[in-house]
Design a protein around this ligand. Structure first.
Ligand code: CAO
Length: 415
């Protein structure tokens, strides 16, 4: 069966997490992704957080499936020539080096255009143009600078970063969309272009509702769905809202049976307006369905704390899965707090390919997250990450180098 990006060749100059998540997605959609790594060392994540000595870490293997690996010393003059040959052969160059690194290597936008005017050059950087454009950035810096940390956590605590890698993997997703969009435009113009996804911008895009709330706060001085209402205070900026629901449907995380010993025995419960009467029935507070203090969404807002305390008295008598089953019968929106252990063991996620078991020649079997985006005409088959330089010879041969030339370049330390 064909793949959506069959025939697209990616020169993958990415490392760590943000760039690799982008090129991994493109590989899953069928692109030929050639990862260029530093000769002898490779992507730094190969050796970070290792759980087995001398074996590529899970960090690396889980971000670099379906790619080929080529080692080139791009600071060696002969290595540069190999990179030039690759630039001429590929459709997209993806990189997430520190600002200016590609230019320092001698591969400016102008030079790349000279070599291949159809080339799309896609970059992840920490910040866009502005006071911080020269800064190196990692995940949590982006979460802090993009508005996520200041709006996450509880009102009486410090800013908190999320376990979701919205700075790295989130920006990788943004970049992947930019790349396929540029590929589409190239079919019309015949020209390549630069694609930039700044991590601060990507995080902010995912925090869009908080900029909405900043303006609501400035206009009205309060936000009735926030836990600060009615008894707390609002300052000048959007406060941390704990586990309150982001939209107009009040929700909170509630204890379930077993919470004393299980840190994840909780459920997210949404008091959605259309099913309010059913909620009242389930928790045994039938009178709230008609009581003017509770019957309408507006009337409930000042009582949310008490309402959730009452609902929690009910959820604490059930496991999160029992509660889920009962609530779903009545179309009451809720969700169990799933641990990574429970997710890893969930059969339905294995069935859809969202969790995949992969075999690796030096590591053996391990679990990974497969392609979360499912295309009906372009199925994803997850294959293991490459060993360092595993495909150097193969790719060099495809570029037209003879065995003698390859061996001379090896001796010169260029590959
Ligand atoms: N051969 C020779 N040299 C190579 C090479 C190769 N194949 N591949 C890379 N290099 C060189 C680069 O040319 C650069 O050299 P100079 O500094 O002399 O120009 C150097 O290796 C490494 O570049 P770097 O500065 O990007 O690496 P770092 O580990 O110091 O920084 C990071 C890492 C992530 C902070 C930085 O790359 C960055 O800010 N990237 C942009 C934002 C980003 O993607 N962050 C998310 C990372 S995931 O949390």
């Amino acid at each position: 069966m064909s793949k959506a990006l069959d025939g697209v060749r990616i020169l993958d100059f990415t490392h760590v997490q943000s760039g690799p998540t982008c090129t991994q997605l493109l590989a899953w959609f069928g692109a030929d992704v050639i990862k260029v790594e530093r000769a002898g060392a490779g992507d730094i994540t190969r050796e970070q957080l290792r759980d087995i000595p001398d074996v590529d870490s899970l960090y690396f293997t889980m971000l670099n499936h379906n790619k080929r690996s080529v080692t080139i010393d791009t600071k060696n003059p002969e290595g540069k020539l190999v990179l030039e040959a690759l630039i001429q052969k590929c459709d997209v160059l993806v990189e997430n080096f520190a600002p200016g690194a590609l230019d320092r290597m001698g591969f400016t936008w102008e030079r790349i255009q000279e070599l291949n005017p159809r080339m799309i050059v896609a970059s992840v950087k920490g910040f866009g143009p502005g006071p911080y454009e020269d800064c190196k950035v990692y995940e949590n810096v982006a979460q802090c600078a993009g508005g996520a940390a200041s709006t996450t956590g509880f009102d009486d605590g410090p800013p908190v970063v999320s376990g979701a890698q919205i700075g790295d993997s989130g920006t990788g997703l943004h970049l992947a969309l930019g790349i396929v969009t540029a590929l589409y435009q190239r079919t019309l113009t015949g020209r390549g272009q630069k694609v930039l996804a700044a991590m601060q911008d990507g995080v902010l895009n995912l925090c869009r509702v908080k900029l909405r709330d900043q303006q609501r706060l400035e206009r009205t001085g309060t936000m009735k769905e926030y836990p600060q209402y009615p008894n707390g205070t609002f300052g000048e900026a959007v406060p941390r809202a704990g586990n309150a629901s982001g939209g107009g449907q009040p929700g909170w995380i509630l204890k379930c049976k077993g919470w004393e010993t299980d840190p994840n025995a909780y459920i997210y419960f949404i008091t959605q307006a259309p099913v309010w009467a059913k909620i009242c029935n389930v928790i045994g507070k039938e009178e709230w369905a008609t009581d003017p203090n509770y019957a309408t969404p507006a009337a409930r807002l000042p009582h949310l704390k008490d309402i959730f305390a009452e609902i929690e008295r009910w959820t604490m008598t059930k496991t999160k899965f029992e509660a889920m089953q009962i609530l779903n019968k009545y179309d009451i929106p809720c969700g169990p707090i799933l641990s990574m252990k429970e997710i890893a063991e969930e059969p339905s996620l294995r069935k859809t390919g969202t969790i995949v078991e992969v075999d690796h020649p030096t590591r053996g079997k391990y679990l990974t997250v497969g392609n979360p985006i499912k295309l009906s005409d372009s199925p994803t088959e997850v294959t293991r990450s490459p060993l360092l330089g595993e495909h150097t010879e193969e790719v060099m041969t495809e570029l037209g180098y003879s065995p003698e030339q390859i061996s001379a370049l090896r001796t010169a330390g260029a590959i």
